[in-house]
Design a protein around this ligand. Structure first.
Ligand SMILES: [Fe+2]
Length: 249
């Protein structure tokens, strides 16, 4: 499905494709989240990395991607010294580099020490943000830097928020589906924003129909009219929702 004139949602995956750049964009992998849940008493096998590798293979098979952009939060927790965490990132990169030539990683708020894992890979670029043509990729955990105001971008793509929509059927059964959000960043400038869903299976995210301005995780979303954004939910098919303000109870 087309998102604005430039991008496409890949199948029903939490992945965006930018054909002009042959680029797949994903966000918020949160690898290793199982370990953190185990510390709080919720035991589950480590499955996220294998599931992600399978999903990425399917995503790449549906596109002609030569670049993968990860828009922040590769690892859930990352310390400088952990070999297992480093190995998870290396295993992911080795898998991804079978399909694409380059990987761009935007540093998220969980990615403090990721440099130590990726520095040996010349194919991997790590930055706080990427401006490619008129598209600005930022994780979204920081204010839109005022020094960027003169940067000539027309689209901003963020992660961080893990947007989802809650659905309830007539007997009251609730389900939460991850979603893309898209719409105006601000009316005057004509700039547009896309908020990517998290690709993590363990982090389905915040209900956009139940969160109001000021309560959003991302300071960028705190400053814009999220009610005007539209959502596309990811289920067995893509679910096109009206503007968020019409979904609020
Ligand atoms: Fe995240």
């Amino acid at each position: 499905m087309q998102l604005f004139e430039k991008f496409k949602i890949v199948g029903v995956f939490p992945a965006l494709y930018w054909p002009e750049q042959e680029m797949v964009v994903i966000s918020d992998l949160h690898l290793g989240l199982e370990g953190l849940l185990a510390q709080s008493g919720i035991m589950m096998p480590h499955f996220q990395l294998d599931a992600l590798k399978e999903e990425l293979q399917a995503i790449f098979e549906e596109t002609a991607a030569s670049t993968l952009l990860i828009n922040g939060d590769v690892k859930h927790e990352f310390s400088r010294t952990s070999f297992s965490e480093r190995n998870e990132i290396l295993e992911l990169l080795q898998c991804v580099l079978q399909y694409v030539d380059e990987v761009y990683i935007v540093k998220g708020n969980h990615d403090n020490y990721i440099y130590y894992a990726v520095q040996e890979y010349p194919e991997v670029l790590l930055e706080d943000y990427f401006l490619i043509d008129d598209v600005l990729f930022m994780h979204g955990h920081l204010e839109l830097d005022l020094t960027l105001e003169n940067v000539d971008f027309r689209y901003i793509i963020i992660g961080n928020e893990h947007p989802a929509i809650s659905l309830q059927d007539e007997v009251g059964v609730k389900a939460k589906v991850p979603c893309f959000l898209y719409g105006p960043l601000d009316i005057e400038s004509g700039r547009r924003i896309i908020v990517l869903p998290s690709i993590s299976k363990l982090s389905s995210g915040a209900d956009m129909n139940d969160v109001f301005e000021g309560d959003f995780l991302s300071p960028i979303l705190q400053r814009i009219d999220v009610g005007k954004l539209q959502a596309i939910g990811l289920a067995d098919e893509l679910l096109e929702f009206p503007a968020i303000e019409r979904l609020r109870g």
